[in-house]
Design a protein around this ligand. Structure first.
Ligand code: COA
Length: 166
């Protein structure tokens, strides 16, 4: 069984992430989305919210049969091993992602040579997109319809109503 993990903070999941999820899931038997909990950057959405958003999106796009969503902390390679994964999936949006991603992939490969990192080039229409862009627009009540899946839009606005403009 070919298993891959797709790790990230998903704060929140965007259409760019969804694009990678859809394409990567075609190449494997199971794609485990790993939602990182011990991130140095502080997230706006709690781990439970980030996982819930992913669950809603996976359901809306009928991807449930191939995809599992798990939260993790600690090292990515340990999470990947625990999931019996042979691959780590990452998206490359622009050349600016490259240095960081190369370092990450090489370090992980030194730690666990059995696990390879596979890169997907993000679709051109999402190459500018990041979760912080979405957060910033939502924070000021802007229109996020072009950036995140429909089913999570209201949850994102509701969150900013609760916490107020940051
Ligand atoms: N579409 C849209 N946005 C994308 C994207 C895509 N296809 N790919 C990446 N991004 C964005 C994210 O939205 C995020 O945006 P933000 O910074 O504005 O919030 C940004 O790129 C990076 O986020 P993400 O992909 O979630 O990565 P990360 O840097 O938060 O985490 C891990 C990367 C999880 C792989 C890394 O931190 C990790 O492995 N941590 C575990 C600890 C470990 O093993 N460390 C040793 C590694 S050598």
């Amino acid at each position: 069984m070919k298993i891959a993990v797709y790790p990230g903070s998903f704060d929140p999941v965007t259409l760019g992430h969804l694009d990678i999820i859809q394409r990567a899931s075609k190449l494997v038997d199971r794609l485990v989305i790993g939602v990182l909990t011990n991130i140095s950057k502080k997230t706006v959405f709690s781990m439970e919210e980030r996982v819930k958003f992913l669950e809603l999106v996976i359901k809306e796009y009928n991807l449930e049969s191939k995809i599992k969503i798990e939260s993790f902390n600690g090292l990515l390679v340990d999470f990947a091993k625990a999931q019996n994964a042979s691959f780590i999936v990452r998206g490359l949006r622009a050349v600016t992602d490259f240095d960081y991603e190369l370092q990450l992939a090489q370090t992980n490969h030194v730690m666990v040579p059995d696990i390879d990192t596979v890169f997907f080039t993000t679709r051109l229409e999402y190459s500018y997109l990041s979760s912080s862009t979405v957060r910033e627009i939502a924070n000021f009540g802007g229109d996020i319809r072009h950036f995140v899946p429909e089913c999570i839009i209201q949850f994102i606005y509701d969150k900013y109503k609760t916490i107020g403009s940051v």
